[in-house]
Design a protein around this ligand. Structure first.
Ligand SMILES: [Zn+2]
Ligand SMILES: [Zn+2]
Length: 327
């Protein structure tokens, strides 16, 4: 069963995208002339309706919705698996993405209960090539989420390691999932060569391990098919154990005393960390002493935090403000 997924755009997104697209355009004058006519409608409700119609007409004429329609049609399992898509305006690049909403009301079909929400800046609709790359990646996450074979669970398991551990687990899971997605994109001819390097970089940051083991592990995620949520999670939770059981060569490292993750890469001479970094660690982990050691990631995490604290302190009017959202 293959049919088009209806897309409902937020009128504000349509209006802003059309306005931006026509800033430098052969039809700018026509657009402004028509727009002024709509402004002259006296009745506010009628004017509002006419504006929506006017903007939608230009949106279609400029083909600004084409990338979203194409990406939805191409994403594996979405047509027939998702009932509708809503596209809304994102304020910042960081907020852009795709989300899956599932209506739990009884009596709905799987397709009928699922809505994809795409958040995108109006500006992004003007760059179809970059938008396609972004949408294909984002919608591949959604394809995995609705694929029963992938076995997606919305919440990662609760672990005993505290906020630093949790944050690392999320980063690690994301680095793995993104590697499997961009690997699939590359094999479909949807991704530039550089994407592999970007995912390898993310992987190295999330899993410090000897280069040779790291490259071999990364290639399994990027180059092989058939990954599932439980398999990604198992590796994220315990890369050493999984590496040992699957290829029998890598030895499991011991665990970092802070994040609790097995690691092969401990920070050298933790007693020589700057005193404020040590103090910050002890604030979070009162039992910790430098002789207990810590992994490179945790050392980086705490060094970066001291840097961002100092940066925050150096801003006028922001003395001693702790950046929020940090573990
Ligand atoms: Zn992703
Ligand atoms: Zn650690």
């Amino acid at each position: 069963m293959n049919h088009e997924i209806p897309v409902r755009y937020d009128p504000r997104l349509i209006e802003e995208a059309v306005f931006l697209a026509l800033r430098r355009h052969p039809e700018t004058a026509t657009y402004h002339r028509e727009r002024n006519l709509v402004y002259e409608i006296a009745d506010p409700e009628a004017r509002e309706g006419a504006f929506r119609e006017f903007n939608l007409r230009w949106f279609d004429r400029l083909g600004l919705g084409n990338p979203v329609a194409q990406a939805l049609a191409e994403a594996p399992g979405l047509a027939g698996g998702v009932g509708q898509c809503v596209a809304v305006s994102a304020a910042k690049r960081h907020d852009e993405g795709a989300e899956l909403f599932v209506n739990s009301e009884p009596g709905l079909s799987d397709e009928g209960r699922r809505t994809v929400r795409i958040l995108v800046r109006p500006d992004s609709l003007l760059d179809p090539a970059a938008l396609m790359l972004f949408l294909r990646h984002e919608l591949m996450h959604i394809s995995d989420m609705i694929d029963p074979g992938f076995g997606y669970e919305p919440a990662l398991p609760v672990t005993g390691g505290g906020p630093a551990h949790r944050r690392l687990l999320v980063d690690r899971y994301r680095a793995l999932w993104d590697a499997t997605i961009d690997g699939r994109m590359a094999r479909r001819g949807w991704a530039p060569e550089s994407l592999r390097d970007e995912r390898w970089h993310d992987f190295c940051r999330a899993f410090p391990m000897p280069e040779r083991n790291g490259a071999r592990a990364f290639s399994r995620f990027f180059d092989q098919e058939g990954w599932t949520h439980p398999k990604l999670l198992a590796f994220a939770l315990d890369p050493g154990a999984v590496a040992t059981t699957t290829d029998g060569t890598a030895s499991a490292g011991s665990r970092c005393s802070l994040c609790g993750f097995p690691t092969h890469a401990f920070a050298g001479e933790p007693q020589r960390l700057p005193p404020d970094v040590i103090a910050a660690i002890v604030t979070d982990f009162p039992q910790w002493q430098p002789s207990h050691g810590l992994c490179l990631q945790c050392a980086d995490l705490y060094r970066a935090r001291e840097l961002s604290l100092r940066a925050a302190e150096s801003l006028p009017g922001k003395h001693g403000v702790r950046p929020s959202g940090y573990p």
